[in-house]
Every structure is written in structure tokens, then in C-alpha cells.
Design a protein around this ligand. Structure first.
Ligand code: GLA
Length: 415
């Protein structure tokens, strides 16, 4: 039975978006989230519910900060936000995952980052206020169904979701691109992560049934259909979380930068590593530190592979697309050195299955998840066999799930 307060707030009046056919699973999860809001903040009239997806990246690994192309897909797991306007200027942000809350007055300056979960939404809030955005106080409860720190972009999901919800509740009329920029600025300028641009774009500009093609040099985008009748995307989580992953990530950023600086001398007009021809690297590799040369080789070959993968997808050749994913994984393992034994084992087990067209680590690496392109003709038991092999070797089963695509951040009005 739904509590009465919740039933009233499900009245669609005052809502901006009504998506017919919202998956029941998401509706049920958001209804549960609305209950939690009431348990946290008290009974709520006119509560509004928002969802922002996470993403898997299918091709273009570690290319965004090197100016290359990437091919992410938004997934139907992400961040839930329940938002209620307040009669005053106070803002309260709480989470279902962490008891620490952010409370502030909207007339005050947003305090410096605190090293807590709420740095992400606070950073977005700061960006929107700095751009002249304003509105009444609000209570917000964050939650979701996306594993945190698993390489599925939980941070971009929370940032873009916050930008979307504040934009809607304060009626700021921001463009999707402006919300993406606010999310990116929050992560880089406030939280202090040297992340590339892919994740907020993947979340903020998603289109259902499509992979996003994003050229990170000029930020041009294109949506390419992924035939959901022919393939599905399965995500296998190793459960490995490396505490120092951001340190190792920043090291890769610095190594790629060093490669660019050394090679750019030979290529007039080059503005990022992606602009260096592979032949230039081959000619001058001995001038580079061997580690830096390996990083550069991954980047330049991955750029080529990603263009090939795009052409394969446009031509409907999903087997060729899958082969590029497998090649990408090998390069991430041997040249970029961001894989771990658990990720390699999942990719190997997947590759041995005739129903899996491609598999590779997704996200930054050092743990987290493998994305698999699964043929819809895959024989029964394919994912179970992969999980079984992994469990025999590592003593624990990985969580493997088939994820649907997602149309991007939105308000959800429950029926
Ligand atoms: C992390 C970063 C992204 C991107 C990937 C690697 O997810 O947040 O910007 O660099 O790693 O492709």
C-alpha cells in the first residue's frame, strides 16, 4: 500500500515530462525512493522525482583526455533524486548511502569541498549559482541503483542528475550542453578530479537505443543506433575496487601528456596526442621513455580502432565491432597497463563463448567492470559459464547483468 502522502505527490500536475512506457522496474524503484524521502524529510507534497543514467564505454578507452573519439552508451542504472521545494532559502541534501548531509543557505557562498559524497552536487550547485541561476530552497534525497566506483560513471550520473533537477525545479531553461558543462566544471574545478569529458557527455546527451559518438577534440557528437534486436550489453563487475585508482589515473594522464609534448615537436599544429600520426611515434619512439612510448602506442592505435569500430557499427557489422573491443582490451592490458587479473579473466572467459561478440574493461580500469557485447542468439547459459569460470579462479561470483540502454536524464512521473 502506498502511503497517502506519496499518492498525492504522484499527481502529474506541475510536472514537465511524462514518458509513456517507463520501465516498471524504474518506476517501482523511484516509488521506493519517494518513500525514503518521506522517511527522511517528513511527508511531502509535490515531490518531484528525477533519474540520470550511468554509462558503459564501448570503444575509445583513455582517449577523451587525449582528444580522441569515444563511444559510450548510457545504461538503465543510475542516480535517483527526489526533490521538494521549501518555503525558505535553505538547501538540504541527503543520501540513502551515507548519513552525512549538506545543509546551507542559498544566500551564502557554497563552502569548499569537504571530501564527502555531497561534494559532487555541491560543485554543480556552485556552478549554477555562479552562472546566475537561482530559485527557492529545496530538500533533495539522492540514491540509485548504480554500483559506486565500478567504472560506470556514478559521479557523472550524480552531477548531471543534479544539474537536471535544479534546472527543472528552478526553471532555468538550460540546454543539455550547459548542464553537461556544469557537471564537468563541478568535477574538475570543485571536486578536483582530472577527468576527461566523456562521462558527463555520455550521461547528459544520451539517446535511447544509440551509442554516442563524441569526438573529444572538437566536441562534435553523433548518435549511432545499436541494434537491440541483434545484441545486448552485459556488464560483469569484478568487485575489485582500487583505493588509489585516481592516483594511477592521473599518472596515465601525465604520461600521455609527456608523450604529446615529446612528439608534438615533430608535428606542427598538433594540439593533442590524437593529432600525432602513428608513423611519427614509430620513427621517434626511442626518444621516449619506454613506458611513455607504450602509452602513446595504445592511444594512437585505439584512435584508429575506434574509427574502425564506428564504421563497423554504421555498416551493421557487429562482429567486427566486437573484435575491436577485444583488441582494445589487450591494448589496455599490455600497453596502457590499466587492467587487473580479474578483468582479464572475465574477458578471456567471455571471448571463449561463441555468443559473445566482444568484451573489454570499461571506465578507467584498475578494477571495476567488463562490458560485453552479447549476441541475442547467444546460447543459454553463456553468462553463467563466464561467472562459473571466474568463481572457480577467484572464489567469488562476479555480478553479471544485462543492462538496457537509456534515453538520458529526465523527470519521472509515476502512474
Ligand atoms: C574514467 C574517466 C573518463 C575516461 C575513462 C577512460 O572513467 O572519468 O573521463 O578517461 O576513465 O576512458
Amino acid at each position: 500500500m502506498r502511503p497517502r502522502g506519496i499518492l498525492r505527490l504522484m499527481d502529474p500536475s506541475g510536472s514537465t515530462v511524462r514518458r509513456a512506457g517507463e520501465p516498471r522496474g524504474l518506476e517501482a524503484a523511484l516509488l521506493e525512493h519517494a518513500h525514503r524521502f518521506e522517511a527522511t524529510f517528513g511527508r511531502a507534497d509535490r515531490l518531484r522525482l528525477f533519474f540520470a543514467p550511468g554509462r558503459v564505454n564501448l570503444m575509445g578507452a583513455h582517449l577523451d583526455y587525449n582528444g580522441g573519439p569515444v563511444m559510450p552508451l548510457a545504461i538503465d542504472r543510475g542516480t535517483f533524486l527526489a526533490v521538494r521545494r521549501r518555503p525558505d532559502r535553505r538547501l538540504r541534501m541527503r543520501s540513502t548511502l551515507d548519513p552525512r548531509e549538506l545543509v546551507l543557505d542559498l544566500g551564502e557562498v557554497v563552502p569548499p569541498r569537504a571530501g564527502r559524497w555531497f561534494d559532487y552536487p555541491a560543485g554543480v550547485l556552485r556552478e549554477l549559482l555562479a552562472a546566475g541561476g537561482e530559485g527557492p530552497g529545496i530538500d533533495v534525497l539522492f540514491g540509485g541503483n548504480l554500483p559506486i566506483g565500478a567504472g560506470l560513471s556514478s559521479s557523472a550520473s550524480i552531477c548531471v542528475g543534479t544539474a537536471f533537477a535544479l534546472d527543472s525545479v528552478w526553471e532555468l531553461s538550460l540546454s543539455p550542453e550547459a548542464r553537461v558543462e556544469a557537471a564537468l566544471a563541478a568535477e574538475r574545478g570543485y571536486v578536483g578530479v582530472r577527468c576527461g569529458i566523456m562521462d558527463p557527455f555520455a550521461v547528459g546527451l544520451a539517446r535511447e537505443g544509440h551509442v554516442l559518438w563524441l569526438d573529444c577534440k572538437d566536441r562534435s557528437t553523433r548518435h549511432i543506433p545499436l541494434d537491440s534486436g541483434a545484441v545486448r550489453v552485459a556488464v560483469a563487475d569484478t568487485g575489485v575496487r582500487r583505493e588509489l585508482a585516481w592516483g594511477a589515473f592521473n599518472q596515465r594522464v601525465a604520461e600521455a601528456r609527456a608523450a604529446f609534448e615529446a612528439l608534438a615537436r615533430h608535428v606542427p599544429g598538433a594540439v593533442c596526442l590524437r593529432d600525432i600520426p602513428l608513423a611519427t611515434l614509430e620513427r621517434h619512439a626511442q626518444e621516449l621513455d619506454p613506458v611513455v612510448a607504450r602509452r602513446a602506442e595504445h592511444v594512437l592505435r585505439e584512435v584508429q580502432r575506434t574509427f574502425e569500430a564506428r564504421d563497423a557499427l554504421l555498416a551493421g557489422d557487429l562482429c567486427a565491432f566486437g573484435r575491436r573491443m577485444l583488441e582494445a582490451h589487450r591494448s589496455l592490458r599490455d600497453l596502457y597497463e590499466v587492467s587487473v587479473a580479474e578483468l582479464d579473466a572475465l574477458v578471456e572467459a567471455a571471448e571463449a563463448e561463441q555468443g559473445v561478440l566482444g568484451a573489454r574493461l570499461t571506465g578507467a580500469g584498475f578494477g571495476g567492470c567488463v562490458a560485453m557485447l552479447l549476441s541475442s542468439a547467444a546460447p543459454e547459459g553463456t553468462l553463467e559459464r563466464i561467472a562459473g569460470l571466474f568463481a572457480r579462479r577467484f572464489g567469488a561470483s562476479p555480478a553479471i547483468e544485462v543492462f538496457g540502454g537509456d534515453p538520458g536524464p529526465r523527470e519521472v512521473v509515476l502512474a
